[in-house]
Design a protein around this ligand. Sequence first.
Ligand SMILES: NC(=O)c1ccc[n+]([C@@H]2O[C@H](COP(=O)([O-])OP(=O)(O)OC[C@H]3O[C@@H](n4cnc5c(N)ncnc54)[C@H](OP(=O)(O)O)[C@@H]3O)[C@@H](O)[C@H]2O)c1
Length: 277
Amino acid sequence: MNFVEANGAKIPALGLGTMTLMDAVCVDTVETALCVGYRHIDTAERYRNESEVGEGLRRGLRAAGIAREDVFVTTKVFHDRLAAADFERSLDQSLKKLELSWVDLLLIHWPSPNVPLKETLGVLCKAKRDKRAKHIGVANFTVPLLQDAVKLASEPLVTNQIEVHPFIDQDKVIAVCRGHGLAVTAYCPLARGKVPGNEVLARVGKTRGKSAAQVALRYLVQQGIIPIPRTPNPDHLAANLAVFDFKLSDAEMAEIGRLKQGGMRVVNPPHAPRWDN
Ligand SMILES: NC(=O)c1ccc[n+]([C@@H]2O[C@H](COP(=O)([O-])OP(=O)(O)OC[C@H]3O[C@@H](n4cnc5c(N)ncnc54)[C@H](OP(=O)(O)O)[C@@H]3O)[C@@H](O)[C@H]2O)c1
């Protein structure tokens, strides 16, 4: 597994997304993922699957013969729990469900206009000092929010988890992440299934026996962006990890880069911040 280093964190360069994976499917998928070589699992309180992710993790550690320290586990606190006491409670519950004493990465899942950022960052940083989160970060932070967060945080933020795939232009926020030493974690890296049907990605892949999905993931990892694709399908699980054995040329990277002019955002919930900055 390759790694991305950011503000003291060493993050496996590709992870497993678990949103919508429930019950036995979630347990089995996490276990299988660890057995085929994944070392980075992404969950959230909001996904209501932390117990299953924890069970899959325990089974996977045994089956793959690896230690807890070998796997990078992320969870998140949702936007309606960002007041200090609620945040603490959410983290308590997450750790209890996961049956872990610490996560590798704790994220603010979405910013909230209702709670001062300073208050949430205070309790997020405390989670790191208390060693309940090895690293901390944010998700869905726009450029101005990220700049505020970096100023207000007393501990280093290691990533901003945002929507990134070939069809969306996130250049500005990615540049600001990099300027502050943060990694970029790409959620919906397959644009929730819209990537596989794309003609450009399929054509680029065909010349090397790779799929459109693999080309899209390679396009991200080649830029040092950390994709966390989700799939319960064992063939797709293995395929999504097989993106470190080929390289896209500069011309291919440029051609794929032009797809973002379409400006497709697949996640745009009502509580989201304004994106046009
Ligand atoms: N921080 C946030 O606010 C936020 C928001 C959204 C998501 N996330 C995180 O990001 C993760 C990924 O995003 P996502 O789950 O929304 O979408 P995604 O990973 O972009 O897309 C998942 C879809 O891609 C398909 N797929 C996966 N691998 C494939 C392959 N090799 N070939 C063809 N199709 C493939 C899956 O179908 P099959 O099941 O058939 O493989 C599934 O329908 C989430 O699970 C979650 O952990 C975070």
